[in-house]
Design a protein around this ligand. Structure first.
Ligand code: DGJ
Length: 723
């Protein structure tokens, strides 16, 4: 089913005044498009802003990008243009593939019109022979992100099946190293690197959600690029269903990244006159990954719907009680949460009809009468009386075969065959694109939100979509399902102003800017192990602004890894995100709760910095030491954490740098004293014992001796400008 999308409003005649070269620029980025490239325009530059460019030099740039004719090749050497296809001489991965019931495979769209206004352009493309029209939208955002999307319309009178539709982003030829992310449950967004050699590095998501192994960012840069240095370009597909990203280097001298939605067989058949919009594919670049990621953070923060009020410290019940819902126990947990300063209490899985464990109940979204004879009113009222917001866990897209819903409407379950698809967590997926299924789920959610004072939904999604369709002989449904989820989220937010929603999917298996355009945070991972979280959070922040990433204190023995960790480590690692707690506080003693309260108070004090500041990741620290920080937008202050993940070889370790501050300002350093000394700690550490002031340049280039710490401990250092 094609998506609703803006109308194709194509100017079909190209006017004489159309400039030959388009120069889009904003936020430190330039995109230069040669409109005369054949058969469609070619992006001849995406990257640093060309302030000095004149019409003459832009023309020169376009000429400089043109390939020579070489032996053994096409007479017009293959070239990467927008919406490149074989009929247009492109022999790499095509941007568009499709057909009309097995015929009419060829497409060669040509420029038919251009609209542009400085940082935005729309290129109208037409292929009269193939009876296709396309509109490529190019936009450079306020922080220099480069957005591309394509609208494709079938102008013929027979159906056109779209097999592939993706957008290409050329990268410099000397970008010879690739970084992307992969992962699994409890270890999402693990980075991997490889040489960017000739051929295609293809990453696909076929799970109906991005998945724990998703490529959040596919980046290519100069060899050895890190967070602080090295020119690097990367793309993200802002889509929550199946998608693909690829990096390709051709022997005709083109290197590019490309991305788009991945359509199932026959999933996208455009009827006569029908059109589809691709997801936005978003590119960023920088000298170092930090600069690249700051463009994502800044632009996301500038959206009108961005959550701006201080992120409420969240107490989530999952690891505290799991399915053991009991009013007295949860009331006591809420009391303990309020005592340590929590501001939001989220009742996780287990509250609804028949849900005593994870084998039953999904789909039956009424409050369980046995466990909650008075509904959720007693717990909601108690939480509200403590001054906390109430949040509720839901998993609206899912259904357990053991549920009243599945028994009543087996036809609402996605499947490709008579039997159900392979089971996962004993559950199946509802066909949300089915109008009645959608109406039922929407109705239940509205009813809950109307009945209870719910400020927040934790929206979970605990399985991959497998063989997802409308039944035997039916249609593939991931595309339609993804759009239905977006519609439902949009409708709920419109109907319940102020409602916040978290995107959770077995931890962090649905993290993308499509879902984050209509939700307020992601659950970053089910792993609460602070050591495992270091890499997960660092690489999630490549695209996601830190205040949108749920980071919770773990109980002392981490449930997912069995590791015993100290509160100070867990809290230090959770500081640079949306802070929360996932721990049965009723089992803690008073002094532990007092310590937790201190960390909560610190998280509250630092949250404006986290919400507006720049994330800093420090390259080149020795194995065993992790240094990262948040620097205030006005550079007047910063906080860094130094985490000793394992023992270092150097003893004491060499100096660690704290970059990102104003080089010309001076900063007073202070180790926050709620971090208890571990190992030698701060004693004998001269800079920590004295009033020590360093310039931003000295901190960035030279640094300080880190305290000698036991493995798995951390310190927090605050830096305040002295002026
Ligand atoms: C997976 C989530 O990631 C957890 O936080 C929790 O909400 C469970 N699902 C509940 O089933």
């Amino acid at each position: 089913m094609p998506s609703p999308s803006p109308d194709l409003n194509i100017e079909t005649s190209r006017e004489d005044a159309t400039p030959r070269i388009l120069h889009l620029r904003r936020g430190g980025t330039s995109v230069v498009v040669d409109l005369d490239a054949s058969p469609t325009p070619a992006i001849v530059h995406w990257g640093e802003e060309l302030d000095e460019a004149t019409p003459r030099t832009l023309e020169g740039l376009a000429r400089a990008a043109q390939p020579q004719r070489v032996s053994g090749g096409l007479d017009a050497t293959a070239r990467l243009t927008v919406l490149a296809t074989p009929a247009g001489s492109w022999l790499g991965t095509p941007a568009l593939e499709g057909h009309r019931a097995g015929a009419g495979f060829s497409a060669r769209l040509a420029l038919a019109g251009v609209q542009s206004d400085g940082h935005r352009a729309t290129l109208a493309l037409v292929d009269a022979e193939a009876r296709l029209a396309a509109q490529i939208e190019l936009r450079v955002g306020p922080s220099g992100l480069f957005h591309q999307r394509v609208l494709l319309r079938n102008t013929g009178d027979t159906p056109y099946t779209v097999q592939a539709l993706q957008l290409a982003f050329p990268v410099p030829w000397d970008a010879t190293e690739i970084l992307d992310t992969t992962g699994r449950h409890l270890r999402e967004r693990s980075p991997q690197r490889r040489d960017f050699t000739f051929g295609t590095h293809l990453r696909e998501s076929r799970r109906g959600r991005p998945g724990a192994d998703a490529t959040l960012l596919l980046a290519a840069g100069r060899p050895g690029f890190g967070f602080e240095t090295g020119r690097v370009h990367g793309i993200h597909v802002a889509w929550s269903g199946n998608h693909r990203t690829l990096a390709e280097r051709s022997v005709t001298g083109e290197a590019f990244l490309a991305g788009g939605e991945l359509y199932g067989p026959g999933e996208l058949i455009l009827a006569s006159g029908e059109q589809v919009a691709s997801p936005w594919v978003i590119g960023s670049w920088g000298d170092g990954l930090s600069e690249l990621s700051h463009r994502f953070h800044d632009e996301w923060r500038a959206r009108p719907q961005h959550p701006r009020r201080p992120r409420p410290v969240t107490l989530n019940t999952w690891e505290a009680v799991y399915f053991d819902h009991d009013l007295a126990r949860l009331t006591a947990l809420a009391d303990a949460g309020a005592e340590v300063g929590a501001e939001r209490f989220v009742l996780d899985d287990g509250w609804f009809h028949g849900r005593r464990d994870d084998t039953a109940g999904l789909g039956d979204w009424t409050v369980d009468e046995d466990v909650w004879p008075q509904g959720l009113h007693p717990i909601v009222n108690h939480v509200r009386s403590l001054g906390m917001e109430f949040g509720l866990w839901v998993e609206p897209e899912m259904v357990n075969p053991d549920s009243d819903l599945a028994r009543a409407h087996p036809d609402w379950i996605l499947r490709g065959r008579p039997e159900l698809p392979p089971s996962a967590r004993q559950q199946q997926v509802l066909d949300l694109a089915h109008p009645e299924a959608y109406a039922y789920i929407a109705g239940r959610l509205h009813a809950l939100l109307d009945e209870y004072d719910i400020a927040y939904l934790k929206w979970d999604h605990n399985r991959d979509l497998v063989d997802a369709g409308t039944g035997p002989e039916g249609e593939a449904r991931v595309h339609a399902h993804t759009l239905a989820v977006y519609r439902l989220l949009d409708e709920l937010r419109a109907a319940h102003p102020g409602l916040e929603i978290e995107s959770c999917a077995s931890g962090g298996a649905r993290v993308d800017l499509g879902i984050l355009d209509r939700t307020d945070r992601i659950w970053t991972s089910d792993s609460l192990d602070p050591l495992e979280r270091l890499s997960n959070q660092r690489h999630t922040a490549l695209v996601v602004a830190p205040e949108l990433m749920g980071m919770h204190l773990t109980s002392p023995v981490v449930h997912s890894s069995g590791r015993t960790v100290d509160l100070a480590l867990s809290a230090s690692v959770a500081l640079f995100g949306h802070f929360g707690i996932e721990w049965d506080l009723t089992k803690t003693d008073e002094s532990t709760r007092a310590r937790i309260a201190e960390w909560v108070a610190l998280a509250k004090r630092l949250r404006p910095l986290v919400a507006q500041g720049r994330t800093i990741d420090v390259d080149g620290t020795e194995p065993g030491i992790d240094v990262r920080g948040m620097v205030a937008a006005d550079s007047a202050s910063a906080v860094f954490t130094i985490v000793q993940t394992q023992t270092s070889i150097a003893y004491p370790a060499g100096r660690v740098r704290m970059p990102g501050l104003d080089p010309s300002r001076s900063y007073r350093l202070r180790v926050l004293d709620l971090t208890p000394p571990h190992g030698a700690g701060q004693s004998n550490l001269t800079w920590a014992e004295h009033d020590t002031v360093l310039s931003g340049r000295q901190l960035a280039a030279i640094g300080v001796r880190p305290p000698v710490l036991h493995p798995q401990t951390a310190v927090v250092v605050e830096l305040i400008a002295t002026d």
